[in-house]
Design a protein around this ligand. Sequence first.
Ligand code: CAA
Length: 385
Amino acid sequence: MDLHLTSEQEMIRQVAREFADKELLPTAAHFDELQEFPTALWKKLGEMGMMGLVIPEEWGGAGVDTVSYVLALEEIARGNPALSTAMSVNNSLTCYGIWKFGTAEQKRKYLIPLAQGQKLGGYCLTEAESGSDAAKMRSTATLQGDKYLLNGSKIFITSGISGHIYLAFAITDKTKGSNGISCFIVEKSFPGFKVGKKLDKLGMRASDTTEIIFENCEVPVENLLGEEGAGFKLAMQLLDGGRIGIATQALGIAQAAYEFALRYANERQQFGHKIYDFQAIQFMVADMATRIEAARLLVYKAASMRDQGKNVGLEASMAKLFASETAMKVTTDAVQIYGGYGYIKEYPVERYFRDAKVTEIYEGTSQIQRLVIARNLLRSLAGSH
Ligand code: CAA
């Protein structure tokens, strides 16, 4: 499917597609098997401008639009979903957050190396007791002289090992609920920053995910991002964009599994025919392709609205919900088409099946996306009177 794309958008997609075909598809199983982050490939993405796509060139980015970003991210996810997690978090959350809410000095110090791919970013929001209910975090930040002291622990942090710079959320005023949460730019090298256990995951195994512990972690006062107390809203605004990224990643996973299944169905012989000749398989493939097209349209719509400066909370959640459920359905059917070969590691579809699952979980579960959608619908009803 193709909407009308500009020549720049076409070119960015082509560059990402060639990189995925040449460097990512042939190596993804290796990094998954070893549970190893592909550092050299991330560095190459940085050199290609892929780690800060929408960030203006003066701040180290590629200065392109959100549509270009999703075109590129889909291709990287098709090639190596785990690497696309780091790419999405770095682009949509860490870089975008510092660009939108940071001071010139924060942008100079942190945004430029993150967008250029010299440093890798992460996002420390979730805690053991506050996942979907993100506002119920316990981590605190107490101002002492010219530093905040952060205490608490975070869990499920993407790039906990490979990353260098994190946006971390903590309570600065416990009397104010979600209006008492603040956001900080935290360097891994700050005293009191500890990387906890590396988590042994079902999928996305080449993306390292860890606990992060703050023990009197010393964060200079100038590293407060945005206003004190504005952190929760900042987190939610960033997740609006982050969810477009995860929707795109789900789309890339679904596209890859579909392409493998289509080729396999056209080669595999049973009962004297290639299995594609059987209507049972044709219908599965037809549904896969149709769902993927629908997911892609939702992703493009959300990206294009963002480029028009519109609020995308509703559209980002719709895109993420539909694309991640599509990824799960398409990868399940791809494994089915491969039969026994789909269940073993010699063939790629079992990995896409494992990788797809988390897109229904992180950056807000499918249930939270439905909740966000429903709340937005009610708001639009109130606005129509
Ligand atoms: N933009 C701006 N402001 C927003 C907003 C948005 N999208 N969403 C909410 N707000 C504002 C509200 O207007 C409200 O403001 P007031 O106090 O002025 O009224 C305030 O924030 C609190 O909002 P809610 O009352 O709606 O908050 P809530 O406690 O009911 O929670 C939620 C809302 C949608 C459930 C939220 O907690 C949520 O999104 N949960 C899921 C958490 C999540 O996605 N975690 C992902 C972790 S990050 C990750 O996975 C990254 C990775 O590494 C891959």
